[in-house]
Design a protein around this ligand. Sequence first.
Ligand SMILES: Nc1ncnc2c1ncn2[C@@H]1O[C@H](COP(=O)(O)OP(=O)(O)O)[C@@H](O)[C@H]1O
Ligand SMILES: [Mg+2]
Length: 338
Amino acid sequence: MTVSSTPVAPASQPHPPGGRHGHDPAVRTFGLTKRFRSGQVAVDGIDLDVPAGSVYGFLGPNGSGKTTTIRMLLGLVGPTSGQHELLGHPMPAGAGTALARIGALVEGPAFHPYLSGRANLRRLDAADRHADPRTSAARIDEALERVGLLAAAQKRYRAYSLGMRQRLALAGVLLQPRDLLILDEPTNGLDPQGTREVRTLITELARDGATVMLSTHLLSEVEQICTHVGVMHVGRLVAQAPLTQLRADATARVRVESRQPSLAVETLRRFGLTEILVEGEIVTAVLGDVVADRDGGPEKLISALVEDGVPVRGFGVVTPDLEDVFVSLTGEGFDVSG
Ligand SMILES: Nc1ncnc2c1ncn2[C@@H]1O[C@H](COP(=O)(O)OP(=O)(O)O)[C@@H](O)[C@H]1O
Ligand SMILES: [Mg+2]
């Protein structure tokens, strides 16, 4: 279903992200919660903050509450408690103003297999009571061009590849100018080529001024195209930050492998290393400023370990990548394929 759709304003008519509320966060929620009748709390008091102009990755494994959250944002399902604002408008009061500037893709839109891509968009546009029929043809061609489907516009939908189908869905979202795009797993089910096409398109749309909030279960997708991330874990938002900040926060640890880990611990402690952990024969600790890598700290540590008579079998400095950061936040791995 295309909840509403559209393209972003063309580069020739730039408009500030967020429209008249250009400096408001594009999405903000306050304790947003959804408890289903089964008693299950699918979304548990989350405070989202999607900055205007960001590409915000709403990251979490299947079942973590992403779709339920997005459905609440769009008013497709009511929250049990909590509030939210879209483009600076409190919802649902501001729905009339805000939703016209928001394009959303929540499930695959119901396109007709025997109609062409263009004819499908005509049907979609005709069903939109906000759409001006006089400009329909021009807006459809503009949207088709935006997603790179103009040349294939006459082809039947059933002849489209998965990537083309998803790009047509995005063209449907782009029939009107949008300040905010909310896309629920837009690359799900696509082959590598289709995935690339859709990611490239999202990046272009963001560059043209749209704020994009996209849900995904793929950390690699966040790393490739997002500027910000919010991490969902069983209905809770366990982290939310610019990606640059998460990367900067990832601290390097030393890793010593020894038959006598307690001896290694003594040496590391003497050097002032913190957060010393022992797991079997592996000892790790935060390298920190005390033994900074750039000052040859690790080399000094190795000498000290040897001098102290610690039988060292392995030594290394490990800087965690984003996956390690998220695993430490959620206690589980992320699908890093795709
Ligand atoms: N209509 C519903 N009724 C009851 N439970 C639901 C409903 N929709 C989703 N859920 C449950 O809520 C949890 C979150 O689901 P969902 O929001 O779809 O997660 P995600 O999109 O991250 O995969 C899941 O455990 C799911 O089974
Ligand atoms: Mg989902």
